[in-house]
Design a protein around this ligand. Structure first.
Ligand SMILES: C[S@@+](CC[C@H](N)C(=O)[O-])C[C@H]1O[C@@H](n2cnc3c(N)ncnc32)[C@H](O)[C@@H]1O
Length: 260
């Protein structure tokens, strides 16, 4: 393939002509494919991910002052997706301290337009509720308290988001059953070109017994739910390109792109 065609393809993937003028970016994209087949690197990445999870690394960060329980790599990936999709709504199940919802809202604010975030959590602690709603970006955030698979709550979300351009982010209860139910209930909200992001699929790739105090673990986690969901639902595929460049992610096979 000649350089012009390569550039054209790369541009359409990244949505910006300017960045692709840099030959090193093209080279890096090619090297990522080489890196994917690098067995030594694959083993190193696996080991580092085990350490990251074991040391609670994802609990170290904040976004505009709110704790966000994510690793920086995934935060960058979500930013790229929000920019690309420019959604009307980002719907997140699992709010915790609110770092995620504040992050999505801040990117929507920078994009402009009317984009909003809906955050759902079964238990939004009083101080978190207060901090999120008093945050400078709170005008873009709607918080709903309840079980993310409670049908009345889901109906409320459909009333707000039906027919809109939506991104769904699943980060609540990480059991297979719960995530599969969420996928079934929320996937119709996503249109072609949109994404469902399923966090903590990494659980399946970690050694046995890493979550002794949790209802999830190897064989019962978001990745198992994703595999079952994708067997039946042909509208979504795993976006492997995102994963390839992240190297470290808590969502392997969890970036699901809607293709029809
Ligand atoms: C990993 S934290 C979410 C982190 C957050 N997304 C962030 O970016 O910082 C998981 C959250 O899911 C919530 N949760 C657990 N079970 C739930 C359920 N059935 N429905 C909705 N939320 C649930 C918990 O209360 C907890 O706050």
């Amino acid at each position: 393939m000649d350089i012009k065609t390569r550039r054209k393809r790369a541009w359409s993937r990244h949505g910006s002509k300017d960045i692709m003028k840099d030959e090193r970016i093209l080279k890096a994209m090619e090297l990522m494919k080489v890196a994917e087949r690098d067995e030594e690197l694959t083993q190193l990445k696996k080991k580092i991910m085990e350490k990251i999870v074991g040391y609670f690394y994802s609990y170290n960060f904040t976004w505009l002052g709110r704790p966000i329980i994510q690793i920086p790599q995934d935060i960058i990936a979500v930013q790229e997706i929000i920019w690309k999709v420019k959604p009307d709504f980002v719907i997140e199940t699992g709010v915790a301290h609110g770092g995620g919802v504040i992050f999505y809202a801040s990117i929507l604010e920078l994009i402009g337009g009317e984009g909003k975030v809906i955050g759902i959590d079964v238990d939004i602690r009083k101080h978190n509720f207060r901090e999120i709603l008093q945050h400078p970006i709170s005008k873009r955030v709607i918080l709903l308290e309840g079980d993310s698979v409670d049908i009345r709550l889901v109906e409320k979300i459909y009333e707000l988001c039906r027919g809109k351009n939506n991104i769904v982010i699943l980060d609540s209860l990480h059991t297979r059953e719960h995530v599969l139910k969420e996928l079934e209930l929320y996937s119709s909200l996503v249109k072609k070109g949109g994404y469902i992001i399923v966090f903590d699929t990494i659980i399946e790739d970690l050694p046995e017994g890493m979550y002794p105090d949790r209802p999830w673990g190897k064989g019962n986690n978001p990745k198992i739910a994703v595999v079952e969901f994708l067997e039946k639902n042909k509208r979504f595929v795993v976006d492997k390109e995102i994963e390839r460049k992240l190297w470290f992610t808590v969502a392997p096979s969890g970036y699901l792109k809607c293709i029809r």
